[in-house]
Design a protein around this ligand. Sequence first.
Ligand SMILES: [Zn+2]
Length: 501
Amino acid sequence: MDLAAYRTDAETFLAEYGAAYHRHFAGLTEALPLDEIYARHGALFSPEAVARLRERAASASGEDDGRRLRMLLDFAVEGCLGLETKALDAELAQREASLRIDLGGASVGFREAAVVQANEPDASRRAALEAARLAATEEALNPLHREALEQTRALVARLGWPSYRAMCEELKGLDLAALARSTDAFAAATEDAYDAVVGPAVARTVGVPLDRLTRADLPWLFRFREADDHFPQERLMSSFVATLDGLGLDLAAQPNVDVDVEQRPGKSPRAFVVAVRVPQDVRLVVPPIGGRDDYTALLHEGGHLQHFASVDPRLPFEYRHLGDNAVSEAFAFLFDHLVENPEWLRRRLGVEDEDGALAEHARASRLVYLRRYGAKLSYELVAHGETPPADARLADAYARTLSTGVRVPWPSATYLSDLDPGFYVAAYLRAWALETHLRAWLVERFGIAWFAEPQAGTALRALWRDGQRLSAEELLSELTGARLDFGVLLSDLGLAEPPAA
Ligand SMILES: [Zn+2]
């Protein structure tokens, strides 16, 4: 196997895939021509390529060699699975983009409905929207999701792994059982404080006591519309630009980045960054929903953007494009948590959190999110384990696990669409922990206003240059000597003593 040729072809594939993905989910084209792209690069993802890379990875000499080969193998397997389900994925994307739901005589696009729901002040209309979305998911999308999951499981078995979970753990170097133990411990440790942390924000924003909160209300809770005055649309880009400027980064002088915050029908309701070529061509898409969410989304994706755009172009392909996504996610969270930093609010938006409502809401939202993702990890371990339960029992397990984690009655309809490929849930959870460590490190060196210190920008750029060569655990160990521990989130939320330095 010619590894140099494999790497060149892999990079071309990612560029074509990224560009097509970008055009479709930015709402620029309806088509998502994955077929053609996979057809041109199918050899990358053949079971033979997977087998050859697996042999090479098993007999790799030296740490760097082994690291790169494991990343390449992970890439090949992911592509092999993508190839297997590509027809279904394209159909799902097209169906989702064209699907419409009926709402009391008015017709709303399925993707758009999520945005409408987050902006709907009336609880009964939110409930109706949610019910319609769930029904459409169940009816139009789940049959395709189900088929894709079955195809994935069958291929994993053919490739010789006992389960999708085992495969991901090996290829991504993850210990998911250990992570689940930490998130379970986090859930247990926050059980008693949950009402006190989440209740006041729910009462203030949703206007109901915590025990009457529903899943349909959550988008409205997170949307936090009463804070809109603090987060005006017209300051979105300028505060982002000023934030980068404070770190010594001049967005206008970066020829390799593209930022799209326009409203457009067919645009994905989810913000994203596509690294078409790292670091030469990185694109950011944010669908403006309004208010603080736009700031969070733009800063989050802005963190990814700056990370990928700052990677050393001389690094090998694997370290520029592949590796541990928890690393890039941690930089993204580092940026989006600025909207919770009182000093950032003061300096970049002229906002004083006088009655503490912003801090209260931020803390509540974080606890809900962290517990939701902990529950999601537990569920995904079941769904992707060696002996997953039959379909109906899997849906029940999903609803039960999420209901316990988030403490609202959680519907089962999204039990298939809520499965992220490659245990991305673990990347998020580890990223939250890494971000907390990184933020503490920055605050210790540069103060609470680290975002306004060019030297902090220099320190970040030094980390960004390395792409995703190191895992989140390794990066932290090299930077501070600390061990990555999810428990750090407890003290960050003020629910435990900070760990000894
Ligand atoms: Zn992200």
